[in-house]
Design a protein around this ligand. Structure first.
Ligand SMILES: [Zn+2]
Ligand SMILES: [Zn+2]
Length: 135
């Protein structure tokens, strides 16, 4: 039991040390520096348990591997289509959106998910640089 707690704590610590919304594989690589005999399966299991308990968020972006987030407060994500980085977007909940959907459908909206995608600043810069070289 003690060993399990230690693994979970190490996983949480690794996740909280980054804002990059890593995959389970990345977390596994980092945790292994501390607990060399940990398996990828154990990391997966612990991540799933932590997200079921609401201590972390598991994010699924179209087609890709799950990404994990130690932030559980309301915030949105921007996914770069080029480098696949996931950025936090701090935006307050837009009540007008829920209200407009509620009015149109008659449903009670309790929550909604919003996801942004496009090109991050770095990739935008790189693309711009390439463009000027072509011309
Ligand atoms: Zn990018
Ligand atoms: Zn996030």
């Amino acid at each position: 039991m003690i060993k399990r707690t230690r693994q979970k704590e190490a996983i949480l610590r690794v996740l909280r040390s980054t804002t990059s919304h890593p995959t389970a594989e990345w977390v596994y690589g980092e945790v292994r520096k501390e607990i060399p005999n940990i398996s990828l399966g154990t990391v997966y299991r612990n991540l799933r348990q932590l997200s079921e308990r609401g201590e972390i968020l598991e994010l699924a972006f179209n087609g890709g591997a799950s990404r994990f987030d130690s932030r559980t407060d309301t915030h949105y994500h921007f996914v770069c289509e080029k480098c696949e980085h996931v950025f936090d977007i701090d935006e307050p909940l837009h009540k007008e959106l829920s209200e407009s959907v509620a009015q149109k459908t008659g449903f009670q909206v309790l929550n909604y998910r919003l996801e942004f995608s496009g090109l991050c600043k770095k990739c935008l810069k790189r693309r711009g640089a390439r463009k000027t070289r072509v011309y």
